[in-house]
Structure formats: structure tokens, C-alpha cells
Design a protein around this ligand. Structure first.
Ligand SMILES: CC(C)(COP(=O)(O)OP(=O)(O)OC[C@H]1O[C@@H](n2cnc3c(N)ncnc32)[C@H](O)[C@@H]1OP(=O)(O)O)[C@@H](O)C(=O)NCCC(=O)NCCS
Length: 158
């Protein structure tokens, strides 16, 4: 297992992992493509890291992107992490944040937001372990498969 910055050639593998969580751990319901991830991988202010297994297959990714293009939000980012389903719960995801959080800090981020489905207790506990605190619940904000979905907002402040 190794962790490195994402390269443009990783975009499809990243999309393939993300697309396994449509309507499960993300409000995105339509598959994303490699093209959707190219700007994140290439932007200097969007640090993106991937975890590869011993066969150099991407098994997880995490990135921070600007929270908003409004100038007053210059310090704020939104963080995302997805591990391939077969790797979940193996205490691997934290290694991605061990690399990503210092990089985000070095780039000037001082506030990170994570938006998480309220039923995703594992992700909530995971983020608490990395210093995120619960801001609150957005009740019934989502509609997926005919069901209303609650999400929680978590934040980490430096
Ligand atoms: C959320 C996710 C990235 C966590 O990565 P992971 O490698 O599976 O996490 P872990 O194996 O460390 O398991 C999480 C558990 O460890 C705990 N944990 C992990 N790192 C921790 C830390 N540094 N300090 C304290 N607790 C920690 C969490 O509290 C959680 O507890 P639980 O066993 O009671 O659920 C991963 O499970 C995943 O990608 N899930 C599917 C997609 C998803 O939900 N993405 C997040 C969308 S918001």
C-alpha cells in the first residue's frame, strides 16, 4: 500500500470508486467520469491524494477543494474521502488524511467542511477522530429513491 498525489491518469479509477456510492454515501445519483475529476487533480489549490495497493491499483482517494469562489471564503475548503468498498473498515482511510490534512494546511486552508449522510456513523466517527466536530444536521435535505435523507455538516478549524 502506498499513498501519493493523484495524477491525471488516476481520474478514471477515482471515478470508478466514487460511482459505487451513488445514492448510498453521496447525493450524486449520476455516474461521474474521468473528465469530472481532471480539474480537481490538476488544480494547485485542490490537493488530491490516492492510496494504491501493492499492484498499484487505486483503492481510495481524498481531496480538498475550495468551499466557495467568494473571496471571503479564502480559508475554507470542502473535504471528500472514498475508499473502495472491499477496503472499508480496515483502518486504511486515515492514512489518506494523514497526508492530505497537512497538505491542505500548507496550502493555506484553515477551515474544512465535510458533508456526510447522517446514517453514515462510520464516517462521522472517522472524521471525529481527525478533529472534526459536528455542526448540525440538515433534516430531510435529500431525496434519494423516494426517501428523504438527512445529512450532517462537520468542520475542522485550525
Ligand atoms: C469513511 C471511510 C473513508 C473511513 O475509512 P476506513 O478506512 O473505512 O475507516 P476505519 O477502518 O478507520 O474505520 C472507521 C472507524 O475507525 C474509527 N477511526 C478511524 N480513524 C480514527 C482516528 N484517527 N481516531 C479515532 N477513531 C478513528 C472511526 O471512528 C470508525 O469507528 P467504527 O469502527 O466504530 O465505525 C471509509 O469507510 C469509506 O470510504 N466509506 C465508504 C464511503 C464513505 O462513506 N465516504 C465518506 C463519505 S462522507
Amino acid at each position: 500500500m502506498n499513498i501519493r498525489f493523484a495524477k491525471p491518469a488516476d481520474a478514471q479509477a477515482i471515478a470508478d470508486i466514487f460511482n459505487q456510492y451513488l445514492g448510498i454515501a453521496t447525493m450524486m445519483l449520476e455516474p461521474l467520469s474521468a473528465t469530472d475529476y481532471q480539474p480537481i487533480i490538476e488544480a494547485v489549490n485542490s490537493p488530491c491524494v490516492v492510496m494504491c495497493n501493492d499492484a498499484e491499483i487505486v483503492i481510495g482517494f481524498a481531496y480538498v477543494k475550495p468551499y466557495s469562489n467568494r473571496g471571503g471564503y479564502i480559508l475554507a475548503g470542502e473535504i471528500t474521502i472514498f475508499m473502495a468498498p472491499e477496503t472499508v473498515g480496515k483502518r486504511l482511510g486515515g492514512h489518506l488524511y494523514d497526508e492530505l490534512l497537512p497538505e491542505a494546511y500548507a496550502l493555506g486552508y484553515r477551515h474544512l467542511t465535510a458533508k456526510i449522510w447522517a446514517n453514515n456513523g462510520s464516517s462521522i466517527r472517522f472524521h471525529e477522530g481527525f478533529g472534526f466536530r459536528m455542526v448540525g444536521t440538515q433534516v430531510a435535505i435529500g431525496l434519494v429513491g423516494g426517501k428523504r435523507i438527512d445529512t450532517v455538516i462537520m468542520e475542522r478549524v485550525w
